[in-house]
Design a protein around this ligand. Structure first.
Ligand SMILES: Nc1ncnc2c1ncn2[C@@H]1O[C@H](COP(=O)(O)OP(=O)(O)OP(=O)(O)O)[C@@H](O)[C@H]1O
Length: 255
């Protein structure tokens, strides 16, 4: 399998805290890749560096064969990486449909300049965006809430809506930060089916998750961070039995 993302020697410090130290990992095209580790291990920091929210101190990322311009969320999104957040970040007072349409606008070709000249073209594009947004809401299973304000959706549906919004940018890589947090067993099972479907439709998935059962059941490969260092990277069956991983994470009541 080809590699989609190659992170090399990523380092990030916050004052005296070395949140990431020389982290290298490779995500292959078409896989579901899990990133796990104890609280404070650096998982979200890795996501934030990867998606341009934090400037890195060291390292580089090659994505789809091209060096990724780290430090710019817009460039990262354009390159084909979309994400969701640990703490849901929707536009609370916009409808579910509008939230997805906003994500979709990243792909819009008609700019502000010439908008009058190309008014009908813009209208066509807007209609296409709306259609696609409806499709995505249906895809994640919340189309019946299209006209509801995001803040009025149930928690699990908000998480699904965030995924729809991320997918609206047509990413090659979808990075999910603790998507199962706060979900009950039924919602988690449905989420698993959704993520498997997303992969089956050709999107590679990077997943941070504390639900070890979900990670081990769903992921093709898993990397483990501990104090900012990658201590393991392998298929779930090997990672599960790695003594260092058991010691740092799985032993402490997580498994
Ligand atoms: N913006 C920040 N400013 C200062 N320190 C930070 C910042 N973000 C993260 N850190 C520190 O970096 C380390 C790694 O944190 P991070 O949130 O990446 O861990 P995590 O593995 O995602 O944890 P969790 O599972 O609890 O979400 C921690 O020591 C944290 O306190």
């Amino acid at each position: 399998m080809n590699s989609l993302l190659d992170a090399r020697g990523i380092g990030k410090r916050f004052g005296g805290v070395q949140a990431l130290k020389d982290v290298s990992l490779t995500i292959r095209a078409g896989e579901i890749y899990g990133l796990i580790g104890p609280n404070g291990a650096g998982k979200t920091t890795f996501f934030n560096v990867l998606t341009g929210l934090y400037a890195k101190d060291e390292g580089e990322v090659v994505f789809a064969g091209v060096p990724l311009k780290l430090g710019s969320p817009h460039e990262v999104a354009r390159a084909g990486i979309a994400r969701t957040f640990q703490n849901i970040r929707l536009f609370a007072n916009m409808t579910a449909l509008e939230n997805v349409m906003v994500g979709r606008h990243l792909r819009t070709k008609v700019g502000v300049g010439g908008a009058v000249m190309r008014f009908s073209k813009a209208r066509e594009e807007e209609a296409a965006i709306r259609r696609r947004a409806h499709e995505l809401l249906r895809y994640v299973g919340v189309e019946h809430h299209a006209q509801k304000l995001a803040k009025n959706l149930a928690y699990g549906d908000q998480r699904r809506l965030e995924i729809a919004r991320a997918l609206a940018t047509e990413p090659k890589l979808l990075a999910l930060d603790e998507p199962a947090a706060g979900m009950n067993a039924t919602e988690t099972a449905e989420l698993r089916t959704l993520i498997e479907g997303i992969r089956a439709d050709g999107v590679t998935v990077l997943l941070i998750e504390h639900d070890v059962k979900l990670v081990m059941g769903l992921c093709d490969r898993v990397a483990v961070l501990d104090y900012g260092i990658k201590i393991a990277e392998d298929v779930p069956d090997v990672v599960k039995r790695d003594p260092q991983v058991v010691d740092a994470y799985l032993g402490a009541g997580h498994g």
